[in-house]
Each structure stands twice: as structure tokens, then as C-alpha cells.
Design a protein around this ligand. Structure first.
Ligand SMILES: CC(C)(COP(=O)(O)OP(=O)(O)OC[C@H]1O[C@@H](n2cnc3c(N)ncnc32)[C@H](O)[C@@H]1OP(=O)(O)O)[C@@H](O)C(=O)NCCC(=O)NCCS
Length: 184
């Protein structure tokens, strides 16, 4: 069975829905910023063509049933302020991995914490998954902090697991089980 698609989720200030081609201009502002992509495995987007290539890869994930790319839309003005990806869905294990990106003007306002809360609540209740995982560069203070505050456990560190931008780097592995979520 493929990952059950999310049609729309709501949090206090955000609407989360599947990415669409019309989002690419807002997403270029976000992913075109090297500060935003500093800890991400891809370079900052240079143009809408980079966005179109990325969108094609996200559509392929959805078509394969192994993932879904959501966008975070601010309710106040319908601006797309970030993305949240569910990927590496493993149905027999009831497990999915999560990744997230927020545009720099909206950092430190608790917006991604809100989005993670809404998605985890849905994944563990409506979708009945058992486990959500995330991998984070140890130097990415905001992401490490966010996950711990959201109820994820730092389960270990894999040494020099990834090479990106010419550098090998460690990754902190985080996990949240359905029972962790229920007990928060
Ligand atoms: C990671 C990211 C999504 C965090 O989003 P955010 O909405 O700013 O996060 P929040 O406001 O919910 O903050 C989460 C926690 O991290 C803390 N924090 C935020 N930015 C921080 C920073 N630069 N350094 C240290 N702590 C930071 C916040 O104070 C908050 O902690 P608190 O709950 O104890 O107050 C955002 O910084 C981002 O998009 N970064 C670039 C892309 C990226 O690295 N994605 C993650 C890949 S694993």
C-alpha cells in the first residue's frame, strides 16, 4: 500500500497541503537562500528550472507511494513559507522519515514546530504509523532543538554518513514512536 496522501492539515497559523507548480516562485525565495540550504544536501536554487527539477523528483516520490511533499501556507496571507517532506515510507514497519525547510524571514517564530506537531498528530492517529524518523546534522542547532522539543529522541549518531557540498558529515538520528507521542 502506498503512503496515504494528505489532502490538507491545519495548525493555528498554517495550512499544510501538497506542493503544486504554482508554489515554485515562493519556494525559489526560500530555497534560493544559501543560509536556508546550508545543512541541506542540495545547493541553493539558482532559478525556477532548479525548482521544476525538484518538483519532478517530489512528484516521482508521490507516484511511487513512498513520500509526499507538503507546503506550509500562512493562513494570514496565503504565502508559502516552507516545506515538510514525508519520505522513505516503509509500510510493513509503519515507518516514515520527515524533513523540513522554512524560509529565513520566518525562522524562530515557532512555525515549524506547529507544522511538525500537526503532521505527527495526523501520522500517528489517522494514518496509524508506528514511527517517524529524522536525520539532522549535529551543527544544525535549530533543527536538533525543534525535534527534541517536539518529543523526538536522539537515538544515536552515525559518523560521516553523508557527503554533500564536498564535505563528509555526521548525522544525528531521531525517532518518535506512536507511544512516545501519546505519552507527551
Ligand atoms: C530548522 C528550522 C525548520 C526551524 O524552524 P523554526 O520555525 O525557526 O523553529 P522554531 O521557531 O519552532 O524553533 C525550534 C526551537 O529551536 C530554537 N532555535 C531556532 N533557531 C535556532 C538557532 N539558529 N540556534 C539555536 N536554536 C534555535 C528555537 O528557539 C526553538 O527552541 P525553543 O522551543 O526552546 O524556544 C529552520 O531553522 C530552517 O528551515 N532551517 C533551514 C533548513 C533546515 O536546516 N532544515 C532542517 C534539516 S534537518
Amino acid at each position: 500500500m502506498p503512503l496515504e496522501p494528505i489532502v490538507e492539515l491545519q495548525s493555528q497559523r498554517l495550512k499544510l497541503r501538497p506542493v503544486a507548480e504554482r508554489d515554485l516562485q515562493d519556494l525559489l525565495e526560500i530555497n534560493g537562500d544559501p543560509e536556508v540550504t546550508r545543512f541541506l544536501p542540495y545547493p541553493a536554487w539558482q532559478s525556477l528550472d532548479d525548482g521544476a527539477g525538484w518538483l519532478g523528483r517530489m512528484e516521482a516520490l508521490a507516484a511511487a507511494g513512498t513520500g509526499q511533499q507538503l507546503v506550509l501556507v500562512r493562513k494570514a496571507d496565503s504565502k508559502v513559507v516552507g516545506t515538510l517532506l514525508l519520505f522513505r515510507f516503509d509500510e510493513p514497519s509503519g515507518r516514515v522519515e520527515m524533513g523540513f525547510v522554512l524560509g529565513r524571514p520566518w525562522w524562530r517564530q515557532g512555525l515549524m514546530a506547529e507544522a511538525v506537531e500537526a503532521v505527527c498528530a495526523h501520522v500517528f492517529s489517522a494514518m496509524s504509523l508506528r514511527r517517524v524518523e529524522a536525520e539532522v546534522n549535529p551543527a544544525n542547532a535549530a533543527s536538533n532543538r525543534l525535534l527534541k522539543r517536539a518529543g523526538f529522541t536522539h537515538e544515536g549518531t552515525l559518523r560521516k554518513r553523508w557527503v554533500a557540498k564536498g564535505e563528509a558529515y555526521d548525522t544525528h538520528f531521531y525517532g518518535c514512536l506512536a507511544e512516545d507521542w501519546a505519552a507527551r
